[in-house]
Design a protein around this ligand. Structure first.
Ligand code: NAD
Ligand code: UD1
Length: 362
């Protein structure tokens, strides 16, 4: 029996593959490498000493996906595959709805055809929109402020409907806060395309000298030092959370959402200071105006995951920064050889809807 990991070549996927293999699971990876490199999976093998089947295709290709279920004995799916850049989702909403929502419909259809009804889904704290209060519990109002967030909300709704329609399904919706850090080996980590949007990869590229200075988006928020506060979580803690969620869904039915965060918020200034200590580099910065769409403070109440999954984040901010720095210093260009960046990504030309929804051949 094997766990199908969609998007397994990506940042969180690779770290989860390592933990799954270390815990004795067999895995099968599907990825279209639209935002990742084959090298990342070679390094999963290097770290764990284990090989596993890798399928390179787009989840929109239903027949290819059915072939994976035909050729492997899949017991559960961890579904990471998705596009995740907020700004890009505003510019290319159709791409995001097709890639994230339609591919999940197809995945669930194929799972249903093969009677595999255990699913762990990558949701996001973005489903809380501009939170009314912090720390955020799972029963907080759900809303979205951009197409990326709406794809996560739509998928969550769809998966809740699926569980209502058939009590055989068991689904965990994992709402990640801000994943950072890297595997302690320094061999896998986050390898963003082009100039990073997120704080941690930006800071680490300033530290390595690829970027000149950090732009701090606003120092006039109603927070202790005026900068935005977030719940940064070590990606290996997050990966372990997936292993615990997998155990949970295999012994229960229905759908549950879980916050995967630490419960502690750090400001941008605190993150700069922590990274300066970890890297022994100075991080020059300028204060800019607020980034549209940003919220002042966002951090989790992680108690439900602790109670029901037996999971709690254990790695602190210094380890998050040290591990990020080890990865960045050892791989200044991420998985890109010689700093050759991938060409500008473009949405693929979609098949006809009729092609997308062809019944799976069994
Ligand atoms: P990532 O981009 O590194 O990994 C996603 C992987 O999915 C990539 O390898 C990409 O090539 C693949 N993929 C995308 N669309 C695909 C498709 N249609 N078919 C096959 N493969 C496809 O992203 P990540 O940071 O590892 O995030 C994983 C998941 O977690 C995503 O769904 C993301 O929305 C969610 N998430 C991420 C964060 C974060 O800060 N990283 C926060 C909250 C939620
Ligand atoms: C962003 C996304 C969110 C997504 C999350 C993880 C937006 C508006 N939100 O969240 O939907 O789920 O990433 O992928 O894009 N900051 C700077 N300078 C920078 C970058 C960030 O000051 O160059 C600040 C931000 O204002 C924020 C904090 O650092 O206060 C964290 O930013 P970021 O890492 O982008 O994460 P989120 O804003 O939480």
């Amino acid at each position: 029996m094997a766990i199908l990991v969609t998007g397994g070549a990506g940042y969180i996927g690779t770290h989860t593959c390592v933990e799954l293999l270390n815990e004795g699971h067999d895995i099968v990876v599907v990825d279209n490498f639209s935002n990742s490199h084959r090298e990342s999976l070679q390094r999963v093998t290097e770290i764990t000493g284990q090989t596993f089947p890798i399928y390179a295709f787009d989840l929109l290709e239903k027949e290819e996906l059915a072939r994976v279920f035909e050729e492997n004995d899949i017991e559960a799916v961890i579904h990471f595959a998705g596009l995740k850049a907020v700004g890009e989702s505003v510019e290319e909403p159709l791409w995001y709805y097709a890639n994230n929502v339609i591919s999940t419909v197809i995945l669930c259809e194929v799972m249903k055809n093969y009677n595999v009804k255990n699913l762990v889904f990558s949701s996001s704290a973005t489903v809380y929109g501009n939170p009314n209060e912090v720390p955020i519990t799972e029963d907080h109002l759900l809303t979205a402020t951009n197409p990326y967030g709406r794809t996560k909300l739509m998928i969550e709704d769809m998966l809740r409907d699926l569980c209502l329609s058939d009590a055989g399904w068991s689904i965990a919706l994992l709402r990640y806060f801000n994943p950072i850090g890297a595997h302690e080996s320094g061999r896998i980590g986050e390898s963003p395309n082009g100039i990073p949007n997120n704080l941690m990869p930006y800071i680490s590229q300033v530290a390595i000298g690829k970027l000149e200075r950090l732009n701090v988006f606003g120092n006039d928020y109603p927070t202790e030092d005026g900068t935005g506060v977030r719940d940064y979580i070590h990606v290996v803690d997050l990966a372990e959370g997936h292993c615990r969620a997998l155990e949970k869904i295999q012994t229960s039915t229905g759908v549950e959402a879980y916050n995967l965060g630490t419960g502690r918020g750090y400001s941008v200034f605190e993150m700069i200071a922590a990274f300066e200590i970890a890297s022994d580099k100075l991080i020059p910065y300028s204060i800019l105006k607020r980034r549209p769409g940003d919220v002042a403070a966002c951090y989790a109440n992680p108690i439900k995951a602790e109670k029901e999954l037996g999971w709690k984040a254990s790695r602190g901010i210094q380890q998050m920064c040290q591990d990020t720095w080890r990865w960045q210093a050892g791989n200044p260009n991420g998985y890109e050889e010689n700093n050759i960046l991938k060409p500008q990504r473009k949405p693929p030309v979609l098949n006809k809807a009729a092609d997308l929804f062809m019944p799976a051949s069994k």
